[in-house]
Design a protein around this ligand. Sequence first.
Ligand SMILES: Cc1ncc(COP(=O)(O)O)c(C=O)c1O
Length: 454
Amino acid sequence: MRPILLDAASRAHRYLEELEMRGVAPSPHAVSRLSELGGPLPQHPADPEAVLAALDTIGSPATVASAGGRFFGFVIGGSLPAALAANWLAGAWDQNAGLAVTSPTSAALEEIALRWLIDVFHLPEQSGGAFVTGTTMANFSALAAARHSILARAGWDVEANGLFGAPPITVVVGDEVHVSLLKALSLLGLGRDRVMRVPTDDQGRMRADMLPPLTDRTIVCAQAGNVNTGAIDPVREICAAAHDAAGWVHVDGAFGLWAAASPALIHLVRGTEDADSWAVDAHKWLNTPYDGGVAFVRNASDLTASMSASAAYLQQSQKSGRGDPMLYTPEMSRRARGVEIWAALRSLGRSGLADLVERTCRYARRFGEGLASAGHPPLNEVVLNQVLVSFGEDDITRRVIDGIQADGTCWCGGTVWHGRAAMRISVSSWATTERDIDRSLAAVLRVAASSRRS
Ligand SMILES: Cc1ncc(COP(=O)(O)O)c(C=O)c1O
């Protein structure tokens, strides 16, 4: 395998080096060539090196350069060097991470990474954790644990009997709830439309003073990091109200929870540690390769009760402290995604992680200040790494967004904020430099000026 693996490494290295020179969005020509990778299923085997060459020659130019420093769409990080390299090595290992017996290394690294993450987020030491594909599945896993806990207390075994005939659960969300949380609720049979919505303030934070009456059958879903503004719900107040009624609080902290890693920003997430479950992404702000997210549940047994499965042929680990990883996740067989989470944390350390979070927030502020100086003040308070901006009439803003995507210097997406079209700028990558911000700001201002003229 040596030649093909070295070839892959050298192609990957060249790809990353060339990101500096190419447009962030792929050209329409590059995308149109993707059909060359298709056609009927080949009748006969092909040379593996030719397969790789085709993938690189046709696939690489049609990628979005989100691994570089000038992609500001959605909330997408790059891949830290140690995390990317660990991901490659783990690919070579090809471990099934579901059982300790099929991957002692993965099980151990997940356990270590879990302890480190619990430390970073100041969560209860004994919390259980699940290494899943992202925050959608982390929300799903944590809410499955919440559903278990509430119904078990009511004398109902939801894993055995399902929800038909079960005592009703009330789910409370903020008006600015992320759509992935609603998706998780719908998958769990809790319904995306039967939630109670709480009004939010001008930054999208749930109004804790407007919570409905809560009971011990209520799950309140708070959010740390509004996808548009970065604003964080008043989780301490929400927890106090919900816990007074013996209800459950879940925090969707896909990216915002990482504020806890920074001594300068931790005040924003104070009180999140009071909740009962949490969801966070690694592939966003921790800058691990896709895909990776983690669910944490204060009482690990609520998570294992909702996720467990057993069969005679599945050797369950007795030795490992937390038992087999599959006892915590919706999946059984899965990749060893904890390896790159471990590598990212090991390579950054506490100070590197704080620096990553603070640096990207500083760059977001720099972007926002540059826009404001040019007459386009951000629509949001830039508290984290998200900037929202409008360039006047909605169609002008939309033209600027289309224009910047076509220009290629950087990539920013669009949204609607309080009824107005807005451009979103999310600075989430370790690879972004001050020069990237200045180049991108200049490009946005150039495109904005020409969109106003046209
Ligand atoms: C607040 C919030 N929750 C959940 C998600 C979904 O995360 P994922 O795409 O990793 O499942 C996002 C994604 O941006 C988010 O911002």
